[in-house]
Design a protein. Sequence first.
Length: 123
Amino acid sequence: MILLRRLLGDVLRRQRQRQGRTLREVSSAARVSLGYLSEVERGQKEASSELLAAICEALDVRMSIVLREVSDELALSELAHSEGLTSRPVLEPVGPSGSERVPGPGSSGSVKSTSQVDVVVAA
């Protein structure tokens, strides 16, 4: 079963790590306890819309970007599940090229143009 809280936590953690920031820095800026933010990142706690807004503000990233990334991961997870794959694909940044890698027939990935987020899908 795909849990949104786990996908959201993964995306929030990657956003924080891309910025080279610690849990302590972000939790302080978002005015949430370090332990609670850690649980949100690990998918153990559901983030309310207010908490998500505070975390996004602390990370200086639009909530729509975070939710789009979650949506993309959810779509990939559903696809992997429907195709009987055992592991969930993972999205990773690839740089400012404006492309994402998606699984293609007979290859480790094909390139698809995007406008907002540059990612690699690693199965």
